[in-house]
Write a protein that binds this ligand. Structure first.
Ligand code: GBH
Length: 485
């Protein structure tokens, strides 16, 4: 490392924005309130309660369907510049289709958006954070290419209703989770188990659906509404476990297959899936006796249609793994993770959290942002999620340490490395319904009392901490620590 001798305190640029995030199913509740349709999480939790560790569901969750005014007061207290939340597709379109709009749902989001704007908090809206209308799942869900058109119809409704006030749109949250955890044998709804097939079909639909919605916005809304539209992709940083070429290759393969699967078609110069991913899956498919690759190819027309369809890349990042190469087994089971076939480990010295998959490894964020910068010619980047799970303590020092470390590395990425990052988002405003983990893991800056029918919110220590960072635009640390990567 080269140490810098500059004396002044580093500051986030004046136009850098800070926010917090939530998602509809995780906080809203009101699962069947005034005309809302069933979604895949309602369906799964009601029909198969064991799919959630504590057999809970999001029927009431944080009750934000009723407590939106309170939530905006919490946001105002934090002093955030924006609030990232998602729309519940089946609250707006109960059967998923655009022939019937549920106006109570429209009213709910209008209220929320107007209340945010009243306090100068910018709404950043995710169209899809995992709660697919059950009707669309009944005809196959994301592996069915027709879903791309239904998604576009829904996006059009959202632009028409809210685009006069919403200027930042995110089409999808974490496509790999939607596809690999939802359709590849993982723990997310709808829990379709057809790994290595249905997850890749899902992936193609998502890329096409994203591009359709971008073109829709670009061709029919942008001139008038003047907003931005992007996609949010997640990955851990993959650090080579040792200095060998093989481990370096394994790390790169892992980043390409998890992040590049989505980012390469949209943000790279040539478009299409990453080459290493195409080759890898084609080769393994062959070994498995498939006549063609299980990765559905993108034809030229599709490649061009998807390329360049984003104004920014959203990045969700929580942790780091040490990656090494894992030799392919003799018979390779058919799945995404066997196609990837790398070994991920953690350093026992890394500070743990309440979740096995989150270790406090702040430098991973800086390395990931630099990788994105180099890989996709420094695109406009928003960190759309970063956060720390604990078991709910109000004096949440673990969370404060984590945020302090990650924000410092972010600051270095912005100021020293000139990564084009314009926003940072803490997951999450509130403790909430943590998907298959239920309510045990807490990510909130605010505690929610889930045994209290009023779902009382209480600030944790991290509220004051984050508030001060937003106000001062700086992370207190020793200048001697300002190093060049
Ligand atoms: C985000 O996903 C979600 O967008 C958000 O809704 C959620 O509440 C938040 O994280 C906190 O979980 O196989 O045990 O190693 C983060 C995505 C979830 C992807 C955990 C990697 C690894 C689980 N990550 N997953 S494990």
């Amino acid at each position: 490392f080269i140490y810098s001798s500059c004396a002044q305190q580093l500051l986030f640029p004046n136009d850098f924005k800070f926010g917090v995030a939530t998602s509809s199913y995780q906080i809203e509740g009101g699962w069947n309130a005034s005309g809302k349709g069933e979604n895949i999480w309602d369906h799964m939790t009601h029909n198969n309660p064991k799919s959630i560790q504590d057999k809970s569901n999001g029927d009431i969750a944080c009750d934000s369907y009723h407590l939106w005014k309170t939530d905006v007061q919490l946001l105002k207290n934090l002093g955030v510049h924006f609030y990232r939340f998602s729309l519940s597709w089946s609250r707006l379109l109960p059967n998923g289709l655009n022939n019937r709009i549920n106006y109570d749902g429209v009213h709910y989001y209008n209220n929320l958006i107007d209340e945010l704007l009243k306090y100068n908090i910018e709404p950043v809206v995710t169209l899809y954070h995992w709660d697919l209308p059950q009707g669309i799942q009944n005809i196959g869900g994301w592996p069915n290419i027709a879903t791309a058109d239904y998604f576009m119809d829904y996006a059009k409704v959202a632009f028409d209703l809210f685009g006069d006030r919403v200027k930042t749109w995110i089409t999808f949250n974490e496509p790999i989770e939607i596809c690999v955890s939802g359709y590849g044998g993982g723990d997310k709804a709808p829990r379709i188990i057809y790994p290595g097939i249905s997850d890749y079909l899902c992936g193609k639909t998502i890329l096409i659906a994203h591009a359709k919605v971008y073109h829709l916005y670009n061709n029919y809304y942008r001139a008038k509404q003047r907003g931005k539209i992007g996609i949010t992709i997640d990955t851990a940083w993959n650090e080579p476990n040792d200095n060998t070429t093989l481990s370096k290759e394994a790390s790169e393969l892992s980043l390409q297959m998890q992040f590049g699967w989505w980012a390469h078609p949209i943000f790279s110069k040539n478009g299409d899936y990453p080459n290493v991913m195409k080759e890898r899956i084609a080769n393994i498919s062959k070994l498995q006796n498939f006549k063609t690759s299980r990765l559905p190819n993108l034809i030229n027309h599709e490649i061009n249609y998807i390329k360049g369809t984003a104004d920014f890349v959203g990045v969700n990042h929580y942790s780091t793994v040490l990656t090494s190469y894992q030799p392919l087994p003799k018979t390779i089971p058919v799945s995404f993770y066997n196609d990837l076939c790398v070994k991920s480990e953690v350093d026992p010295k890394w500070k743990p959290s309440a979740a096995t998959w989150v270790k406090d490894v702040p430098w991973g964020l800086r390395k990931l942002l630099n990788w994105i910068k180099n890989e996709y010619s420094n695109p406009v980047t928003y960190v759309t999620e970063n956060g720390y799970p604990d078991l709910g303590e109000l004096n949440d020092v673990g969370r404060i340490n984590y945020l302090q470390g990650y924000l410092k590395e972010l600051l270095l990425a912005v100021v020293v490395d000139k990564c084009n990052v314009a926003a940072y988002t803490v997951w999450s405003l509130l403790d909430n319904m943590e998907w298959a983990e239920g309510y045990k893991l807490k990510f909130g800056l605010y505690n929610v009392n889930f045994s209290d029918p009023t779902r009382k919110r209480t600030a944790k220590s991290s509220v004051e901490f984050y508030k001060n960072i937003i106000k001062s635009r700086m992370i207190p640390f020793d200048n001697a620590e300002v190093y060049i990567l």
